[in-house]
Design a protein around this ligand. Structure first.
Ligand SMILES: Cc1ncc(COP(=O)(O)O)c(C=O)c1O
Length: 396
């Protein structure tokens, strides 16, 4: 197999995934040699694996200040978002009784306009199937939900509000704690969920469990741990319908033998995770883009997380920029990595008021631990050359 890592000299796609570090791989392998049992087994090997899983759970729970039993391990944030959204909706149908499917109005759900597809598309499908009545909370030109707009959407039938903490495409931060306060002041019975995937390791999230937020989704690979493992914070006492049946693992919320390697990896990365608020690379890229004719920044990166810049260059297709970056050994991304390749305009940029063309041709640079001095200069150089080649073919 070709070594993809060797080909990529500059990796600036951390919002898509954090690449695995050799020291981390060694640490997980060493742990697995000791803890390779099934955590549900009663014998010593199983009990050791159980200890490793619970140790990891403590580390992840510590990041948001919740009790360890409130953190459920899943296969990733897509599952965490599905589990809680389908679980809350399913539970409210249950509570309405057996005749509800034909006679009752579907439960009301509010989601932010810039949610990740694992919330956004799920909500659209549930609405199309008549399972929910859906309202979308609009955002301003910086991608931030307006408090009054969200408050106005919540009513007595609202069972769920889902607003992400940090946007994966733009890095915009939502005032989630305040939004949860506002929503619950209007309807104390609703469930407030946040997709906090892009917040972990980027901003302080230690307040989460103390806030009015009832659940939060996390993904291990976004913080440099293994893919295929995630977390769901679910406030103690919250009743939701399970997505899967057939086992008692994870307090029966998420049956199936735990992904022990993934969970150990998640715990090890969570153990020493701080919040990266160092903006020097973001600032340098913003300055470099300011010198490229036609480059336009989306939203207000300085108000968002420190690692993300989303932009387009007038008249230059996003794919040309990304292909040339890739040929130069630079891994960047267009819009949402999860839906890249689909070729649809980003619903996030459209919600912020951008045209279809811009929403289809945006580039996202997301910095991380592996960045080095000179990366931004190299990125800017490739962008400039691509602009020259596209806008003045034959020159240079
Ligand atoms: C904001 C956000 N939510 C959810 C997900 C899905 O996470 P996972 O890959 O663990 O399913 C992602 C991944 O890109 C994300 O950025």
């Amino acid at each position: 197999m070709k070594n993809i890592r060797n080909r990529t000299q500059i990796y600036v796609d951390y919002n898509s995934t954090g690449p695995l570090d050799d020291a981390h791989l060694d640490a997980v392998l060493a742990a697995l040699r000791q803890f390779d049992g099934n955590p549900s087994s009663q014998h010593a090997t199983g009990r050791r694996a159980k200890v490793a899983v619970e140790d990891a759970r403590n580390h992840v729970a510590n990041l948001i200040g919740c009790r360890s039993q409130e953190m459920i391990f899943t296969s990733g944030a897509t599952e965490s978002n599905n589990l809680v959204i389908q679980g809350v909706v399913g539970k409210s149908w249950d509570l309405q009784g057996p005749s509800s499917l034909s006679s009752q109005a579907p439960p009301h759900v509010v989601v932010g306009a810039t949610e990740h597809p694992s919330v956004w598309e799920l909500a659209q499908v549930l609405a199309e199937r008549g399972r929910i009545r859906l309202s979308v909370a609009p955002v301003d030109q910086n991608g931030v939900i307006q408090r009054a707009e969200l408050r106005a959407l919540v009513d007595h039938d609202t069972v769920l509000v889902a607003v992400m903490l940090v946007n994966n495409e733009t890095g915009a931060i939502q005032p989630v704690a305040e939004l949860a306060d506002l929503a619950k002041a209007k309807n104390p019975l609703l469930h407030f969920h946040t997709d906090a995937v892009q917040a972990m390791g980027k901003i302080d999230i230690s307040w989460l469990a103390k806030s009015k937020v009832d659940s939060a989704a996390f993904s291990a690979h976004k913080i440099g741990a293994f893919k295929g493992v995630g977390g769901l914070y679910l406030r103690a006492g919250t009743k939701i319908q399970g997505l899967m049946l057939g086992g008692g693992q994870e307090r029966a919320r998420r049956p199936g033998t735990e992904n022990v390697p993934g969970v150990i990896s998640f715990g090890l990365m969570a153990r020493n995770l701080g919040a990266v608020q160092e903006r020097s690379q973001q600032q340098a890229l913003l300055a470099a883009l300011g010198r490229i004719p036609g480059a336009k920044i989306h939203g207000d990166p300085v108000q968002g997380v420190a690692n993300t810049v989303n932009f387009h260059i007038e008249g230059v297709p996003g794919d040309d920029l990304l292909v040339n970056l890739d040929l130069a050994g630079i891994a960047a991304s267009s819009g949402s990595a999860c839906s890249s390749g689909v070729g649809r305009p980003s619903h996030v940029l459209k919600a912020m008021g951008y045209s279809d063309w811009i929403a289809l041709n945006s580039v996202r640079i997301s910095f991380g631990a592996r960045g080095g001095a000179g990366d931004v200069d190299r990125i800017a150089e490739v962008l400039e050359k691509t602009v020259k080649r596209t806008l003045s073919p034959g020159v240079g």
